[in-house]
Write a protein that binds this ligand. Structure first.
Ligand code: NAI
Length: 387
């Protein structure tokens, strides 16, 4: 079992990952090149554990033991005895490559090098190293201590054994691992795109307004947040960039086409909650708009968005991005979907999903609605995902 872990970058993700590793009993070196960032991480972790003690989830002694396992440093040389290094610095390919080159020269030849990148190709980062076989993606979700999912992303150059080794490590750390192929958006950031995109499309077409779509997805769909509430929460600056990146990386496949309405929000600086306005107004005297709680309309909205989500999950399965179990784990453990999309598809009936997509495809004539060939084949053979 791995005992010595280093985390590079002590921001939101790095400090969370350090906490997860320390809670699992590892000795952690947390490095950042910005001393202020280390200060912030240190007080953030202290506060988190104070709260855990207050709530009775940890004793003061337990909290202190965990905190004492994390060494904060701005000296990169301190990582020299690590068994695994997890990089969580700025999302910039050139900077990541430089850092990987440096790390590689400091650690032992057997040390695993992992990146927490959410949008860059792991293969391109690995290619910066002399030993790309030991480089792998380890994509945590925010906040890392609370979200169980970790996507494990072997690059095409990664040692074939490393994926399962890290899967076991993540299980030891109490996480829910899912192995994903090194393709844009991995699992979650690819499969979840229609949750936002199709909701915005329905709004843009005037089929329903924003509160109605959110109401339908929560009350009928069972999602914790509606697509507009959620993108306001994530921040449109972040969510829009992910959509745009996935769209570009898939050579402009119309299925991932970003929305003008969201682009305008970004241009206006209406990022959502953090800026006081997004799809909704968060100012003090704002009146929350009412939903049209029409059940028939609500069901139509939910089934259209679900059919698009299921189609995306099936396409990911068809293209061997992940196993069906890992696809379902990813959506339930990384973004809190009430059910795995493939299990949900079984429940709704694959024929029902195919009918919705074919109707949309016929009506709009847009490639966006093309049903995945695997869905068609499974319907023809009357198959299900799970028995
Ligand atoms: P952040 O901005 O909160 O933290 C990044 C930290 O890296 C900063 O403290 C910065 O000082 C440090 N840093 C920058 N360049 C460095 C260098 N050359 N050497 C050492 N330290 C350096 O960013 P955040 O949100 O923690 O993201 C980090 C990584 O995790 C990115 O690759 C991001 O795409 C990925 N990620 C982010 C998620 C999120 O929701 N924020 C979710 C999953 C992955």
């Amino acid at each position: 079992m791995i005992k010595r872990v280093s985390v590079i970058g002590s921001g939101a993700m790095g400090s969370g990952i350090a906490q997860v590793a320390a809670q699992a009993g590892c000795e952690v070196t947390l490095y950042d090149n910005n001393p202020d960032a280390l200060e912030i991480a240190s007080s953030r972790l202290t506060k988190i554990f104070d709260r855990l003690v207050e709530k009775g989830r940890k004793t003061r002694e337990e909290a202190d033991v965990i905190l004492s396992r994390i060494e904060m440093t701005h000296s990169l040389e301190r990582i020299d005895d690590s068994e695994i290094v997890i990089e969580a610095i700025v999302e910039n390919l050139d900077v990541k490559k430089q850092v990987f080159r440096k790390i590689e020269n400091l650690v032992s030849p057997t040390c695993i090098l992992a990146t927490n990148t959410s949008s860059l190709s792991v293969t391109s980062i690995a290619a910066a190293c002399q030993n790309p076989e030991r480089v792998i993606g380890l994509h945590f979700f925010n906040p890392a201590p609370l979200m169980p999912l970790v996507e494990i992303v072997p690059a095409i150059s990664t040692d074939v054994e490393l994926g399962s080794k890290l899967k076991q490590l993540m299980l030891d750390w109490g996480k829910a691992p899912a192995i994903a192929k090194d393709t844009p958006g991995f699992i979650v950031n690819r499969v979840a795109r229609p949750f936002y995109g199709e909701a915005i499309r329905i709004y843009e077409e005037g089929i329903a307004d924003i509160p109605t779509i959110d109401w339908a997805m929560k009350t009928i769909g069972g999602f914790r947040m509606g697509p507009f509430e959620l993108t306001d929460f994530i921040g449109h600056d972040v969510n829009y960039v992910v959509t745009e990146t996935v769209f570009k990386e898939f050579y402009f496949d119309p299925r991932f086409k970003p929305s003008i309405s969201q682009k305008r929000l970004v241009e206006a600086g209406f990022y959502g909650r953090k800026s006081g306005r997004g799809f909704y107004d968060y100012s003090e005297n704002a009146i929350a708009p009412a939903a049209n709680e029409d059940k028939v309309l609500g069901e139509k909205i939910v089934h259209r968005i679900l059919a698009m989500l299921v189609n995306e999950a099936i396409d990911a399965l068809y293209l061997n991005i992940a196993s069906k179990e890992d696809l379902d784990t990813a959506m339930t453990k990384g973004v809190n979907y009430p059910k795995g999309l493939l299990a949900w598809a079984d429940e709704l009936g694959l024929l029902h999903i195919l009918n919705i997509l074919e109707d949309l495809y016929e009506e709009y004539g847009e490639d966006r609605y093309r049903p995945c060939v695997l869905l068609k084949r499974m319907v023809a053979k009357n198959e299900r995902f799970y028995v």
